[in-house]
Ligand binder design. Structure first.
Ligand code: ADP
Length: 642
């Protein structure tokens, strides 16, 4: 197929123009030739047309070939410009070539035209190709640059001396260094010398092995943070295959590592939680079964007609102690659940540190004495400074748990506790000369189900809840708890609570029941609303020394009716969970009928929320089951006196 040649010819001699066309046709071109004769037409054509080649006669009337060349260099510099000359001679034509013409042909040697044309077209094609590839290369370069600089991962290129040739924006961002300060320098300019040395060794592995490497590394940056990376480095070569350096990409996996570690920690924690739970269940089972065993066994023995009076008293004492033990473990479990459910509340009211210590001494000194321990307490506060605003029950419970442990973990020596003022805080301490706790367990022992070592459960029993409860209560009260201890020498626990003196005097809690007993009571009736006969019989037994008429209601409905009909009733003891109508509703109805009649809630529900609920229904007191004879008599006497 013939090659189409779009050519423009500047020529005022039609014969010469025809000659040129014929030469080109002879040469095998499909010639599309536009012929112009003047400057205006020439400029118009090269501006609007698209030609493969321009031929220009050198001398035209009022327009020279040189001027034509200037126009073409300006308007279409890539189109080959061939000067056709008959008069100017070769020297002048050569000069034109020097000024930018592609070539020339003398009119008396037109046979050169085909060679000149071919050569000019080839050169033009090459130039076009070169331009295209140059544009393509530039586009690719820009694209690559954009990809590298917009990449989220640090990308870099180094020469074989470890000097940076490329350092992308992500690398700048991460290291806090500017590319301009890094290019031409090695890693010692970017990182601390230890990490830089390590990286240099890794780079060496790439150069020596002539192969890519992929590994995880951690690097410390100037901001003091350690980052983890997954890094891939591979060697780069020049066109002759010589190693020129390496290219690397380092993905920051710090977050991923952190999540992985968190997962591992969570898994370990869950496993540990499982282990602790199983250990706890085992302990609890042991802690419940041991007193239960005593309670069941000795109760049966009590029924035995062969058991004499002395033995009966001893057995009853064992049953009573075992029951206390059982109750304490159940109370601990319930407390932990309410603490963990965020339902534990502090009830701030006036309380007397002296009363709290007295009650503790009564409760615990016997236990210490039984083990042959010296048991002391001291209050380093003036008597009128002992009445404070705080939560009596919680302070008592914290001290019971810590002192209980001190007695439990001490074989000989003493247990001593006390309190003193430290600035705005009241600081308590419990000191023992027991087994001690190793320092690495100081934090752990406050976590639930934790015991200082695995032998503890076997040797001393316990649920691992006491200190958890103590710590939670201390923090609810606004204080802190800590300890010091020396193994085999002893331990001292400390805790603080805010010290706020009570503006009102506290009614003494330590009302001696023996005094109350002396009071004579006659001709009064108390209603006991209780669906469990055994519980009613127990209260009846507890109150048998008083001349009180007890009336029994088996449910809430009966209680309401009796209170309405029998005006001699002066006090109601109300179980909360009862059939037909529960104790809370019954209390509300009774208070509507007889607002002056005191109702005391008597229930196995014992949380602060339960107390609040009972009070809001009209109860004026709260007794939680199990109750002792002394406690019951004290409450009844208080109401009698009232
Ligand atoms: P536990 O029911 O096991 O006593 P705690 O939470 O009260 O549970 O105590 C946790 C652990 O702390 C105990 O098992 C024991 O290892 C250690 N501990 C607490 N108090 C003392 C103490 N006074 N002397 C030695 N070890 C103690």
């Amino acid at each position: 197929m013939k090659e189409t040649l779009f050519a423009l010819l500047l020529e005022d001699a039609p014969r010469d123009a025809e000659l040129l066309r014929e030469f080109l046709i002879d040469e095998g071109y499909d010639v599309r030739l536009d012929i112009v004769e003047c400057e205006r037409d020439y400029v118009e054509r090269i501006t609007n047309g698209k030609y493969n080649i321009i031929y220009a006669d050198f001398t035209l009337p009022g327009f020279t070939g040189q001027e034509a060349l200037n126009y073409s260099l300006k308007i279409c510099p890539d189109t080959p410009f061939i000067c056709i000359s008959g008069t100017i001679g070769e020297d002048r034509a050569v000069e034109l070539v020097k000024l930018g013409a592609t070539d020339y042909v003398l009119k008396n040697r037109m046979e050169r035209l085909s060679f000149v044309t071919r050569r000019a077209l080839d050169a033009s094609r090459h130039l076009e190709k070169f331009r295209k590839s140059e544009i393509e290369a530039k586009t690719n370069r820009n694209l690559l640059q954009a990809v590298i600089n917009n990449a989220l991962d640090p990308i870099y290129i180094k020469d074989t001396d470890g000097k940076y040739l490329l350092f992308n924006t992500a690398a700048e961002r991460l290291t806090g260094k500017k590319k301009a300060d890094i290019i031409g320098k090695n890693d010692f300019a970017v990182l601390n010398s230890k990490d830089a040395q390590k990286i240099t060794e890794d780079d060496r592995r790439v150069f020596d092995g002539n192969s890519p490497i992929s590994y995880e590394e951690s690097l410390l940056f100037d901001d003091g943070k350690v980052h983890f990376f997954h890094t891939i480095k591979y060697p780069i070569y020049d066109e002759q295959g010589n190693l020129t350096g390496l290219s690397g990409i380092s993905r920051d996996i710090t977050e991923k590592k952190f999540i992985e570690e968190e997962l591992v920690r969570a898994k370990e924690k869950a496993e540990e939680g499982d282990r602790l739970k199983s250990a706890f269940l085992q302990n609890i089972s042991h802690e419940i079964r041991t007193p239960m065993n005593a309670i069941i066994g000795f109760s049966r023995l009590l029924k035995d007609p062969d058991t004499d009076r002395e033995k009966s008293v001893a057995y009853a004492e064992i049953i009573s102690n075992s029951s206390e033990q059982l109750l304490s473990i159940i109370t601990d479990i319930i407390s932990i659940s309410t603490i963990e459910a965020g339902q534990e509340r502090v009830v701030i009211k006036p309380c007397d540190i002296g009363d709290i210590f007295e009650a503790l001494n009564t409760k615990l000194s016997l236990l210490a004495k039984k083990k042959g321990l010296t048991f002391n307490s001291e209050i380093s506060l003036p008597v009128d400074g002992r009445k404070i605003l705080s939560d009596n029950n919680k302070i008592t419970r914290i001290l019971v748990n810590i002192i209980g442990n001190a007695i439990k973990f001490t074989k000989k020596g003493h247990v001593k506790y006390g309190c003193q003022l430290q600035g705005a805080m009241l600081e308590f301490y419990v000191e023992d000369t027991g087994v001690g706790i190793s320092e690495e367990k100081f934090e752990d022992i406050f976590k639930r189900f934790r015991q200082a070592n695995t032998d503890i459960a076997g040797n001393y029993g316990g649920s691992g809840l006491g200190l958890t409860i103590a710590k939670a209560y201390v923090s609810l009260l606004g204080g802190k708890i800590w300890l010091k201890s020396v193994m085999e020498k002893g331990t001292t626990f400390f805790f603080t609570i805010p010290y706020e003196q009570s503006p009102v005097s506290v009614e003494s809690q330590a009302v001696k029941i023996s005094n109350a007993k002396l009071m004579t009571v006659s001709n009064v009736s108390i209603l006991i609303a209780e669906d469990e006969e055994s519980n009613y019989l127990l209260l009846k037994e507890f109150l048998k020394d008083y001349d009180i008429n007890l009336i029994w209601a088996r449910n809430g409905e009966e209680a309401i009716n009796i209170c309405r009909d029998r005006k001699e009733i002066f006090l109601v003891i109300m179980d909360i969970k009862m059939p037909v109508i529960d104790g809370l509703r019954a209390t509300r109805d009774i208070k509507r009928l007889r607002p002056e009649l005191p109702v005391i809630a008597y229930t196995a529900y014992s949380s602060d929320a339960d107390v609040k609920k009972a009070m809001s229904c009209g109860c004026c007191g709260f007794m939680s089951k199990p109750i002792s004879k002394d406690q019951l008599c004290k409450i009844v006497m208080e109401h009698l006196r009232g």
